[in-house]
Design a protein. Structure first.
Lengths: 457, 297
């Protein structure tokens, strides 16, 4: 029935549709700076036409839905790369604090102290009975021992502080899991009622991203929501339920991470937890072991040298450093000079006080390949190289990861981001269409007036 | 819409570019301030390890130089002591020649003998010369090496030992720094104290004066020969010092090559990064100032 009322209905329908579309634009503009916001596009649909005989009459327009423009695959890649970045960030931050201990810029550096000890021995050889020069050797040895202990203590302290960061990060993971589970529940409820859950989905994407920055997350989408696990299968979120990770002090003295009773400490592949654990459980222990080997090697070599000679009083020499622990574990942290009396340095090879013959055995240590097949100084040089190389590699990886992430964010922005130009254009479109529809209503109104007044004049 | 949609929000990209440029600016500033391009091991891991070796070698060269300088003092003291010994012995020889010409009265011979006793005392004291508190002709012993001893035929006993010390003055290079007093002054057949003591006895008894004077000459020749050791050692130390100094210069040059910042380049980098920072700041201040909204009434 093509009548004026039908035309009026088309006009008012159009008014409603355009106004709804303008709502979307208004919401997009309002959220232009909201992190994680996904823009919405108005999707119009032509109403089913009516066929009357040979004629087909349109019945106007409806606003079918406000579609969020999102790319779930891209969202996944962003989450993965965020995890990678969190991992590298934590590694770089942790290692940068360590590398200052090996910078060689100050006298606190072990390398400098090793050189100073050999220098003092060299000075003593010019006047082996001189007590001041003997004291100089003891002081240099004491400084070396202190530097070893300080460096080892600093590394251990660094390890404890990483341990603390790890515990806090686990707490953050748990909070995020709970929030995501809660959102999952709300999203499922809304979707069951066929209502728009887009704002909650946006929020969930933001939280999953944050979670990926902390721990490796793999996502499984199902009809009822989303399931998150670590890549090794430890559950974090299943639909509207979350699973807490717990930490527990390991006999090794650091916290381990447990999921549902399983120790997953060694199974975390990305996120800042992975970076923290890499530095705590791999980099620092390796460095400490290197320092232990160096300290024990030096102590043993100096002890052999000192016991081979005789001291200022003609007595056979004893241990120079306190004997390092068997297996050298903890040698750096416990390195100490055993001799307290400068006279006990066994400089003499023939038992007489003025002989310096045995000091050659001390000096020779400088060039002997006694520590892992290297001289003490080159072994230390390799430790420095290792630390520097770890930081440099992680920093370079971090930079490229940042570029990739930026690229992905750009891509996300180009799909889901709000463009004010576009919104302004849409606004003009919807406004004009609204005005036009209003004219239609106005015209129908006039035509109705015409019909109503027909015959009254 | 057919055209490619670009990311409307480029602020994060600009901010990260700005952070990167600021990082470059910081690095350049630190390099300018320290003059070194390796300020932490990660700046150049291989270079940092090379600097550990370089610092160690430099410290070693420094300590060799310091040893060479202290040993030089010792050697010079020994050499000049031996020079005084030679002078004293020259005087003893001329006194012996004087005594041997047979024209001296008993009183004159007694005067000569007492002058020789004085020389003997002087020689003992020279043999007991010390350097920085340590006797230099006592071998490796710290005891006073020459002690007057009436029971000994020469009147002097050597209480030092026959030990020698070596001092390292370079990598794989060490040199002996002393000759035991027993070898210099009281070697068998050339014992200076014995020779003087014999000469005094000969003058007092007026027999065998010429023989005794000949003994002193022999001791004189022996000591002159021993003195060459110290001259040689000093020469060797001098050339070693020159070598160490040039080695230190080489190490310094190497350290420069490894770690010194190229000031001209760094200064240019600093300027470039400053320009870049201003440009990026300007860009950030301009974005999102304009959108289509500005042109709609």
């Amino acid at each position: 029935v093509s009548n004026l009322l039908a035309t009026l209905t088309i006009g008012t329908g159009a008014l409603a549709a355009e106004q709804g579309a303008l709502d979307a634009t208004a919401n997009n503009v309002a959220n232009v700076n909201t992190p994680g916001y996904t823009r919405k596009e108005a999707q119009f649909i032509e109403n089913t036409p009516v066929v009357l005989g040979r004629l087909t009459f349109g019945t106007g327009v409806s606003l079918e839905k406000l579609q969020s423009v999102r790319d779930p695959i891209l969202q996944l890649r962003i989450a993965q790369e965020t995890g990678q970045q969190g991992d590298l960030n934590a590694q770089v931050a942790g290692m940068q604090q360590i590398e200052t201990l090996f910078s060689g810029q100050n006298s606190g550096d072990i390398g400098v102290q090793i050189s100073a000890l050999f220098s003092s021995v060299s000075q003593l050889s010019t006047d082996p009975a001189d007590v001041a020069l003997r004291q100089g050797v003891l002081t240099a040895a004491g400084n070396l021992a202190t530097t070893f202990r300080n460096t080892a203590t600093n590394l251990s302290a660094q390890r404890s502080s990483l341990d603390l960061s790890m515990t806090r990060t686990v707490a953050q993971v748990n909070t995020l899991s709970q929030q995501i589970a809660k959102l999952n529940g709300q999203i499922i409820t809304l979707e069951n009622l066929h209502q728009d859950a887009a704002p909650l989905v946006d929020q969930r994407d933001v939280l999953i991203n944050q979670l990926s920055g902390l721990i490796d997350v793999s996502q499984i989408k199902s009809d009822t929501g989303i399931t998150l696990t670590t890549s090794n299968g430890a559950p974090l979120v299943a639909d509207d339920k979350s699973f807490s990770l717990t930490t527990q002090l390991d006999p090794s003295g650091v916290q381990h991470i447990f999921s549902e009773g399983n120790d997953i400490t060694t199974q975390i592949d990305s996120g800042s937890l992975s970076g923290l654990l890499a530095v705590r459980d791999h980099k620092i222990p390796t460095l400490l072991a290197g320092l232990d080997t160096l300290a024990a090697g030096l102590a043993n070599a100096f002890n052999s040298a000192n016991t081979a000679g005789s001291d200022l009083n003609g007595n056979p020499g004893g241990n120079f450093f306190v004997a390092p622990p068997v297996g050298s574990q903890g040698a750096a942290a416990s390195l100490a000079v055993a001799i307290t009396d400068p006279a006990q340095i066994a400089a003499s090879s023939d038992g007489s006080a003025g002989s310096n013959g045995n000091l050659a055995a001390f000096s020779a240590i400088h060039d002997q390949n006694i520590i892992g097949g290297q001289t003490p100084s080159s072994y230390y040089g390799n430790l420095v190289f290792g630390v520097g190389n770890d930081v440099a590699t992680a920093s370079a990886d971090l930079q490229s990861s940042q570029l990739v992430l930026q690229q992905l964010q750009d891509q996300r922005g180009s799909i889901s981001g709000v463009s004010l130009d576009e919104e302004a254009a849409h606004m003009v479109e919807y406004q004009r269409a609204y005005e036009a529809a209003a004219r239609v209503v106005d015209t129908v109104n006039q035509m109705m007036q015409t019909v109503i007044h027909m015959g009254t004049t | 819409m057919s055209s490619i949609r670009v990311n409307p929000n480029i602020l994060p990209d600009l901010l990260s570019a700005l952070a990167g440029t600021r990082q470059q600016q910081n690095t350049a500033t630190i390099e300018l301030a320290t003059g070194s391009r390796i300020n932490r091991p990660s700046d150049d891991p291989a270079g940092a390890a090379a600097m550990v070796a370089n610092r160690d070698q430099t410290s070693e060269a420094d300590s060799f130089l310091q040893s060479a300088s202290s040993v030089s003092g010792l050697l010079q003291t020994a050499d000049s002591t031996l020079s005084s010994v030679v002078t004293a012995l020259t005087r003893a020889i001329s006194l012996g020649v004087q005594g041997a010409n047979g024209t001296l009265s008993a009183a004159d011979r007694s005067d000569v003998a007492s002058e020789l006793s004085g020389i003997q005392q002087q020689l003992i004291s020279l043999g007991n010369t010390s350097y920085q508190g340590e006797f230099i002709f006592s071998g490796t012993s710290t005891a006073q090496p020459f002690v007057a001893d009436p029971t000994s035929s020469s009147g002097v006993t050597y209480t030092g030992n026959a030990g020698t010390n070596n001092v390292a003055a370079g990598p794989n290079y060490s040199l002996p720094i002393n000759v035991p007093g027993s070898q210099i002054f009281s070697a068998a057949g050339a014992d200076m104290f014995q020779a003087i003591s014999d000469l005094i006895g000969a003058l007092q008894s007026n027999t065998g004066i010429a023989n005794a004077a000949g003994e002193v000459s022999k001791a004189f020749d022996h000591i002159t020969g021993q003195r060459v050791f110290y001259g040689n050692a000093l020469n060797q130390l001098q050339s070693q010092t020159n070598f160490l100094n040039s080695q230190k210069a080489d190490l310094g040059a190497a350290a420069n090559t490894i770690s010194a910042a190229d000031m001209a380049t760094v200064a240019t980098q600093l300027t470039q990064s400053q320009v870049a920072v201003s440009a990026e700041l300007a860009a950030i201040s301009r974005i999102s100032q304009n959108s289509l909204f500005d042109y709609l009434k």
